[in-house]
Design a protein around this ligand. Structure first.
Ligand SMILES: Cc1cc2nc3c(=O)[nH]c(=O)nc-3n(C[C@H](O)[C@H](O)[C@H](O)COP(=O)(O)OP(=O)(O)OC[C@H]3O[C@@H](n4cnc5c(N)ncnc54)[C@H](O)[C@@H]3O)c2cc1C
Length: 458
């Protein structure tokens, strides 16, 4: 029997919006309300760099589900309204719109409050008042400000060489802007892929842009309309000064947990709200999804919080269905399957990077081959790495760059999820036709290499 459950969702990003849709599909009688402090309904943050580059025409194109869409689906959406706190005893949430405070009763809550941008410790800059010309790219509002400013600039600096920093750098580069990237660690993409894979990208892009790895910004000074950034190498202490017209900070985020923490939800070591594989927090009837949460790495079973839209949406499905009275269980942890494209590189990875695994317990194999049979023109080079468990031969992780790499990595994701042994996986029968794929795909060959290494040891 369907119950007229009152479900309140805090935040209408990918997590909150997805949860609302699946709650509605599960229970047509549920009274669903989304409360969003911003002005927009559900839009894709992931698409923001491509509006800057011009590949996507307009920020409006990023809106996936409008306020009208939610209203038509009988989901009440209150924008420009924020949730101030949760009164668990009376099962009410306290809501603020302009200056008026109201209370709304609930049967279950889904917290989908997202994350906030992290700001590096600049010596002479107040974090709460970033100077004009300094930006994040997290929202449509941020994107509009950047697009307005870049129409008459020559040089831009991106702080942080993670996936998002590099996507933004590529977008600005396509606009003809000279690019500096400053990264505090010795390697780019250090949270996503291993050094031996990222090196290929690092070498190639440093010919196109000014890439400063292992550098920290020490001071920032204004010079007329522009800025001077003083940077220092962590190893050699070499000091360099960079002139720039615009700075974009892409040094990661931290989970927005204020309301959850005050309500008594357990917070994990990464700073996110701990959720289980039903997207349930430590409190009854309170679920949480998305960038504000902490969950397990499927392979290591250690807590992580990495901010991927692909994870957020899956958590949203679970929370929506479960909050509406259904029963949906996610796998015991997330694979962190991800992909990106910048400066002509396609990149994808699944599972933990080597640094997050015990080096004594793994074997890795690498292979470089073509996307098509050697005799067929147009094949492109693919570099792929596979990591397996030394004792069992289970596939744990994979990373690569090259043609259609995300689909290849997705196949390996399937093997990891099913705890497949490399001995079986190397026998996988992949599709073959000269203009599309070789008889033995790079995923098969890299698995075979790993298997042979395993046999030599055991
Ligand atoms: C530029 C960029 C590119 C990206 N590219 C990719 C990609 O290619 N692939 C990928 O997997 N991921 C990507 N991501 C990450 C992905 O976009 C995020 O993981 C995802 O959007 C997070 O969704 P969310 O619902 O958890 O949080 P958000 O989208 O941040 O939504 C949270 C919402 O909650 C609202 N809120 C917060 N507190 C309150 C409150 N108290 N009351 C009311 N409302 C509140 C906020 O206003 C916000 O709208 C990218 C992110 C960015 C910024």
């Amino acid at each position: 029997v369907l119950q007229e459950k009152k479900i309140i969702i805090i935040g209408c990003g990918a997590g909150g919006g997805t949860a609302a849709q699946f709650a509605r599909k599960q229970n047509r009688k549920a009274k669903i309300t989304i409360i969003e402090k911003g002005n927009f309904a559900q839009y894709s943050k992931c698409g923001l760099p491509y509006v800057i580059s011009g590949d996507i025409k307009n920020f409006d194109n990023l809106i996936e589900f409008s306020k009208e869409w939610f209203n038509k689906s009988n989901i009440n959406i209150l924008s420009n309204t924020s949730v101030e706190s949760i009164d668990k005893i009376n099962k009410k949430i306290i809501v603020k719109n302009n200056n008026s405070i109201t209370k709304k009763s609930y049967d279950s809550i889904i917290i989908a409050s997202g994350s906030n941008p992290q700001i590096p410790p600049f010596e002479n800059i107040n974090k709460d008042e970033l100077p004009k010309g300094f930006h994040f790219l997290r929202t449509i509002e941020d994107g509009k400000k950047i697009l307005k400013e870049i129409s008459n600039i020559k040089k831009a600096t991106i702080i942080g060489a993670g996936l998002i920093g590099l996507e933004i750098a590529d977008s600005l580069y396509k606009k003809g802007i000279e690019i500096n990237i400053i990264e505090a660690l010795p390697e780019i993409l250090s949270k996503t892929i291993d050094k031996d894979i990222s090196n290929t990208i690092q070498e190639k892009i440093s010919k196109t842009i000014n890439l400063f790895t292992n550098y920290l910004i020490t001071r920032i000074e204004k010079k007329g309309r522009d800025y001077k950034l003083f940077i220092k190498n962590n190893a050699t202490f070499e000091k360099i000064t960079i002139d720039t017209d615009l700075v974009i900070i892409a040094t990661g985020t931290y989970p927005e947990i204020k309301i959850a923490k005050e309500a008594g939800c357990e917070i994990g070591v990464t700073g996110g709200i701990i959720v289980d594989n039903k997207s349930q927090t430590s409190l009854n009837n309170i679920f949480a999804v998305g960038d504000c949460t902490e969950y397990l790495d499927f392979v290591t079973k250690k807590p992580i919080s990495i901010g991927l839209g692909s994870i957020v949406v899956r958590q949203g499905i679970a929370a929506g269905i479960n909050a509406a009275g259904g029963n949906y269980t996610l796998p015991e942890g997330f694979l962190q399957t991800c992909t990106s494209k910048f400066f002509g590189f396609e990149l994808a990875s699944v599972g933990p990077i080597s640094n997050n695994l015990d080096k004594n317990e793994i074997i890795s194999s690498k292979y470089e081959g073509l996307s098509l049979p050697n005799y067929y023109p147009g094949g492109k080079l693919i570099k792929i790495k596979l990591i397996i468990d030394k004792k069992t031969g289970y596939i744990l992780a994979a990373q690569g760059i090259g043609d259609n790499i995300s689909l290849r990595i997705n196949t390996i994701a399937c093997a990891i999820l099913n705890r497949m042994n490399v001995e079986i996986f190397r026998k996988l029968e992949t599709a073959y036709a000269p203009p599309l794929a070789p008889t033995l795909d790079v995923i098969t060959i890299v698995s075979d290499i790993a298997y042979k290494k395993l046999k030599r040891i055991n």
